[in-house]
Design a protein around this ligand. Structure first.
Ligand code: ATP
Ligand code: MG
Length: 292
């Protein structure tokens, strides 16, 4: 078992306190306001991009308007949606460090009515340039103000690092969705991520909260996966989504066709799991709206 890591997480969780469950859900009208969700985990390869792309597509499939923002220089969400990461209309870097308008950076994704702001290699330079700028943590948040309410959900795919691009995403977000594999080192990374979220809440975004931890590439046949999953549920309780995303080859194949898995194999276990996740998120959001 993993007592040390979990004790540390339990402490973080207590310190993190009640606002784990808070969120900006309803305006005076009681209408659901747009939700900005950063998909973040500084650990690489845990399923951030797969989750961003397929959650966005699943929310779109149930008639929610969605904008996906690719904040990763790798541009994997961009290519996974069939867009060209080397030739964006208006590069996201221009929006973050220049005078580009985010409205001009929004593209329609082929064959859907989903929208995306593509990421790519230009973001590496932008990240360095951001370091020398005033209000550097707020550049995405400021840009998003003019468009966020055009969408029910804005999903931000973060890079595998707690750098200034991720900080911008966390400052712009209402909530953080943390994909993680149920393995020992993933838990260590989680503590660092929670400390970062904590710092950002204190310094720049008091409403930021974790909307959920998502178990990805989940294979319950492994003892370690089952142990870690059990401990995760003990510590984070209902902050762990009931939906776990199984390891499914269709999820790995779909990006090479430039489409979300729903458009590649809609009956696959991966597609059904992401639809279930979208339904769980919508249900939780509407419960909070009723309670507000
Ligand atoms: P990075 O940190 O590099 O941005 P990431 O956290 O965004 O990575 P992904 O790119 O989504 O992770 O996934 C890493 C790899 O695992 C990819 O090849 C992806 O296709 C594959 N993958 C992700 N989720 C699953 C799954 N549930 N089943 C099978 N393969 C998966
Ligand atoms: Mg990624």
């Amino acid at each position: 078992m993993l007592p040390c890591v979990f004790n540390e997480l339990a402490k973080s969780l207590c310190y993190y306190g009640q606002s784990l469950g808070a969120g900006r859900l309803s305006g005076n009208s009681g209408k659901l306001m747009s939700r900005v969700i950063a998909v973040a985990n500084q650990k690489g390869g845990v399923g951030k991009t797969t989750t961003s792309v397929n959650l966005a597509a699943s929310l779109h499939a149930v008639k929610r308007s969605v904008l996906l923002i690719d904040m990763d220089p790798q541009g994997n969400a961009t290519t996974g949606l069939g867009l060209d990461k080397h030739n964006p209309v208006t590069p996201l870097s221009d929006v973050l460090v220049g005078d580009g308008s985010i409205k001009n950076a929004i593209q329609q994704i082929p064959d859907t009515r989903m929208s995306a702001v593509s990421g790519g290699p230009d973001l590496t330079i932008a990240e360095v340039q951001l370091m020398g700028m005033d209000e550097r943590e707020y550049r995405l948040e400021t840009a998003l103000r003019s468009v966020r309410n055009d969408y029910d959900y804005v999903i931000i795919d973060c890079p595998p690092s707690l750098n200034m691009l991720t900080v911008n995403a966390l400052v712009a977000a209402d909530a953080v969705l943390i994909p993680m594999q149920c393995e020992y080192y993933a838990m260590e990374g989680l503590s660092a991520l929670i400390r970062t979220i904590d710092t950002i809440r204190a310094a720049a975004n008091p409403d930021l909260h974790i909307c959920g931890l998502l178990r990805t590439m989940y294979d319950p046949r492994s003892n370690l996966v089952r142990d870690v999953s059990r401990e995760l549920l003990e510590v984070f309780k209902d902050k762990v989504y009931n939906t776990a995303i199984p390891r499914n080859v269709r999820l790995a194949e779909a990006p090479s066709y430039g489409v979300p898995v729903l458009m590649y194999d809609q009956k696959s276990r991966g597609a059904l799991a992401y639809l279930a996740l979208a339904a769980e998120i919508l249900r939780k959001d509407s419960e909070k709206m009723v309670a507000a």
